[in-house]
Ligand binder design. Structure first.
Ligand code: HH2
Length: 388
């Protein structure tokens, strides 16, 4: 039987292309010359004129501040060489990050080889009031961290302040009292698992890093210069998360003109502020902040377009675990009954290749879901025609 199958230049198809027709060099050329489309927004009159001239026949159309263009990696390289670090040059240059994994990193002795699988950050809340698993004292939090490490967590995120919608802020002293002993104990009891501290406070971050944390997970998006100074001085990694406002008010009618662009703008702003204060960009991760000043529709749209965060060139962390939007999608289930929905979300996100780390409460269940999703995403053996 004869079949004509549409062929994309996916990784799974490359060896078949080579076997059927092209040399590996030919595949490389094809890849760099392969055309695709981009939506360009934020254009002003002069940058729009420049873009029209630059892309020539690649101009598809546009109105207002937006345009659609056709591009290939080769054409982007030529445009960037011409435009340098102007706003348009930087924007177009970011297209080169798409489809490219961030550089591997060693974090607290563990290696993170981005793209090889989706990594799991286990949540260790040492809080009385977290939305789904509050009520742990120091000993219970330590035991929980050890259990999550045994269940296969690649990292553990220790938090001493609930940031659920409407939560009141916790004092610095109280937060220090909650997180530092947990980090000290986990550093000794699970030495192979890197530790992160979930805090918005520079003093807490500094004490946590001293106690053994190697990453600062800042849900306020690195807004505080004192936090940036701690990162620059200690060399700790950090995750900048997007949040609209503060936990007290963030869910009071969140509004955006364009949620995707506003999240990208805010995260790029955080990375630039951090770099300007001496933090290495290679140590920064980003997170769209699911549930932090977003409606269910905003959350779903950000997840559907998660691949856009690749433009920032940083590892992408996402927290969907047991969150309210999953309850809304499953007929109003309470947080403790959102485990299957959380694992489903993890698998869907991992199957797109747009997420590097998932922050989760249920490590064992998530690892199972990711084992399946990652295996399908990375499947290469399609029989003799496809095998390398
Ligand atoms: N979500 C929560 C807390 N910290 N950090 C990042 N980077 N991304 C997230 O999505 C995120 C986060 C909220 O979850 P949880 O810690 O379980 O709840 P609470 O804030 O009530 O302790």
């Amino acid at each position: 039987m004869i079949w004509a199958r549409p062929l994309c230049l996916t990784d799974s198809a490359v060896s078949m292309w080579v076997r059927s027709s092209l040399t590996p060099e030919g595949v490389g050329l094809l890849r760099s010359g392969l055309e695709t489309h981009a939506l360009v927004t934020g254009l002003e009159e002069d940058s729009r004129e420049l873009l029209v001239e630059l892309v020539g026949a690649g101009w598809v159309g546009g109105s207002g501040d937006a345009a659609v263009i056709r591009y290939s990696r080769l054409s982007v390289e030529a445009w960037v060489a011409r435009l340098g670090t102007s706003g348009l040059g930087v924007a177009l240059g970011r297209l080169l990050h798409v489809g490219v994994n961030p550089q591997p990193v060693a974090l607290g002795g563990a290696r993170f080889d981005w793209g090889s699988r989706t990594y799991v950050m286990g949540i260790v809340n040492a809080t009385p009031d977290s939305f789904s698993d509050g009520g742990r004292d120091t000993e219970a939090a330590i035991a929980h961290g050890v259990a999550l490490a045994e269940a296969g967590a690649d990292l553990l995120d220790v938090g001493g302040e609930s940031t659920r919608p409407g939560a009141a802020a916790v004092s610095e002293e109280e937060e220090l009292r909650r997180v530092v002993p947990v980090i000290e104990a986990l550093r000794l009891q699970v030495p192979g698992v890197p530790l992160s501290v979930d805090t918005r406070k520079a003093k807490v971050a500094r004490a946590a890093v001293k106690a053994g944390a190697v990453l600062v997970n800042d849900v306020s998006g690195l807004r505080d210069d004192a936090m940036l100074d701690v990162l620059a001085e200690t060399g700790a990694f950090a995750c900048a998360m997007h949040m609209l406002g503060t936990p007290e008010v963030m869910q009071a009618e969140p509004r955006y003109d364009d949620v995707g662009t506003e999240v990208l703008d805010a995260l790029e702003g955080a990375l630039r502020r951090a770099e300007a204060r001496g933090v290495l960009r290679s140590r920064l991760w980003v997170d769209p902040g699911i549930g932090f000043g977003k409606t269910v529709a905003h959350n779903l749209f950000l997840l559907e377009r998660l691949g856009d965060l690749r433009l920032l060139g940083a590892p992408v962390l996402v927290g969907v675990s047991r969150k309210a939007f999953l309850g809304a999608l499953t007929g109003g289930k309470p947080a403790a009954q959102r485990v299957v929905a959380s694992a489903a979300a993890a698998a869907v996100l991992a199957s797109t290749g747009a997420v590097d780390v998932l922050r989760v409460h249920d490590v064992a269940e998530t690892r199972d879901a990711l084992a399946v999703a990652d295996a399908i995403r990375l499947a290469r053996d399609g029989g003799a025609r496809f095998r390398t």
